[in-house]
Design a protein around this ligand. Structure first.
Ligand code: FPP
Ligand code: MG
Length: 470
């Protein structure tokens, strides 16, 4: 018999939504079955989500007041927190798989609390272990003896231990925190690269503190994230998550368009933001849609060219967005002890939902105002980046190819492309494409997860990706 996950089953709860994402979820709830209306995904992991920021703060404390200010800056505002939410819900949904079918990692019962899911264990499990506070001696890690407060490491954690009601393992909880740290580090860097001036309705890190500090704070978050990953003591997870960091950089390289070496991030003329001109130091053809394919030939048929462009775009999208989500979903499954087929479906779920998420992000850049987004709209075109709505328009209008190739750098290119996207339903077609990935993600969930409130919550979250407005 299937155990009901959580106490919310059958109970209608009154939840006060705070975050912007919760508002989007609320809107999405109107589109799904009534059963899910009260089945708010956040409420199923609210303990973990509420303590997420506090736990991350403990992992990034440095003893250097300015570094602390910059590295904690993006955690102070309410972001969507989709990545940790996915990891926590998936972890809880995975706990519904009987333990007899989760025998892929070692077992040590000394740590096993009396709880409805795990109390009947007799074998050894490392699954329930909390992440260790350190592996090497502290004086080695900090490099100074006696410890200098400026080089102090993460605060020793008082581990909450295993959550018996929710079935989320301590290591999965830490994984959720690490994923948000890596994502936040990438945003600090991304805002420097994109010359952004706002993020989550506030000045972006580069504007509030300078490019240099934003980059260093991002590096610091990555450093602390990798320390925390290693303390999960699972080499497979260390490999996956480290690789997801490398993938983020690879994806960002694939979409680099502006090779400016100008010291000034931007100049303002007549109140308009202007990006520095490209230095032309690098051949930007190395960063266009032809790169991954040896099949590119000068003068090849338009349709084949479009296929190559989509191939490049999807590869970049996987690296830039879906890799972190898919590899963290895979890691959550590995930490649960689940077997290979479950691990594979969890990975595919993360990849499909990740690509869906980025497709929607790319279409919102064309369809939503800057005020609603909390960051500048139309930013991709201005950066010279052609995303799915433009590629769909290009398919219908081959003359856009020249504009794409010159990264929309001529006067009027951005406006012409915007109009072409409207004329050829680029936004609508991108939404249809996103829904295909949403459907694949829903199928992945059904393939391997037993029916539970948490699985329903994951479906709800997956559906709400395509209805979000920011
Ligand atoms: C947001 O994209 C950015 C990313 C999803 C990844 C950025 C990755 C890097 C800068 C590489 C460095 C990585 C690390 C881990 C330090 P976007 O510009 O489309 O979204 P936005 O509109 O929210 O800025
Ligand atoms: Mg950006």
């Amino acid at each position: 018999m299937l155990r009901v996950c959580g106490r919310l089953a059958g109970v209608r709860t009154q939840v006060r939504y705070k975050s912007s994402f919760a508002v989007a979820l609320d809107a999405a709830s109107k589109l799904v079955s009534p059963r899910l209306l009260w089945n708010n995904p956040i409420s199923l992991v609210s303990n973990e989500m509420n303590t997420l920021a506090k736990n991350i703060m403990a992992l990034i404390g440095s003893g250097h007041p300015t570094l602390n200010r910059v590295s904690s800056y993006y955690f102070e505002t309410e972001g969507k927190k989709v990545r940790p939410l996915l990891v926590l819900l998936l972890s809880r949904a995975l706990s519904e798989i009987p333990l007899s079918e989760r025998d892929r990692i070692g077992i040590d019962t000394s740590d096993v609390p009396e709880d409805p899911i795990y109390s009947k264990l007799s074998a050894n499990t490392t699954m329930f272990d909390t992440p260790v506070n350190n592996i090497s001696p502290l004086h080695i890690l900090h490099g100074i003896k006696p410890l200098n407060p400026l080089t102090k490491g993460p605060e020793p954690q008082t581990q909450p231990g295993f959550d018996r009601e929710r079935g989320i393992l301590p290591k999965q909880r830490r994984l959720a925190e690490v994923v948000e740290m890596i994502h936040t580090a990438s945003l600090l860097h991304d805002d420097v690269i994109d010359y952004s001036d706002t993020r989550r309705g506030r000045p972006s890190g580069n504007v509030a503190f300078s490019n240099k500090m934003a980059v260093l704070a991002g590096d610091f978050l990555l450093g602390r994230a990798t320390v925390a990953i290693s303390r999960l003591q699972n080499p497979e997870v260390v490999e996956l998550m480290s690789n997801s960091i490398a993938n983020l950089v690879e994806g960002e390289f694939m979409q680099l368009k502006n090779m400016a070496v100008d010291e000034q991030p931007y100049v303002t003329e007549n109140g308009k933001k202007q990006l520095p001109a490209s230095s032309k130091k690098l051949d930007i053809k190395e960063h266009d849609y032809r790169v991954p394919s040896k099949d590119f030939k000068e003068g090849m048929p338009h349709e084949e060219l479009i296929n190559l462009a989509f191939e490049y775009y999807l590869h970049k999208t996987y690296l830039k967005t879906a890799s972190l989500i898919s590899k963290s979903c895979r890691s959550a499954a590995i930490l649960s002890g689940a077997r290979e087929p479950v691990i594979e479906q969890c990975y595919d779920f993360g990849r499909n939902i990740g690509i869906c998420f980025q497709l929607v992000d790319d279409l919102l850049d064309f369809s939503v105002s800057a005020k609603e987004l909390g960051k500048p709209a139309g930013a991709d075109l201005k950066l010279g980046i052609a995303t799915a709505p433009v590629l769909f328009a290009w398919k219908e209008d081959p003359s856009l190819g020249a504009l794409i190739q010159r990264n929309f750098s001529h006067e009027g290119d951005v406006e012409t492309t915007f109009k072409a996207v409207q004329k050829h339903d680029g936004v609508k077609k991108t939404m249809e494409f996103a829904k295909e990935y949403r459907n694949k993600a829903l199928k992945n969930l059904h393939e391997v997860l037993p029916e539970s409130d948490c699985r329903s919550a994951l479906e709800f979250l997956t559906n709400s990706i395509v209805t979000r407005k920011k």
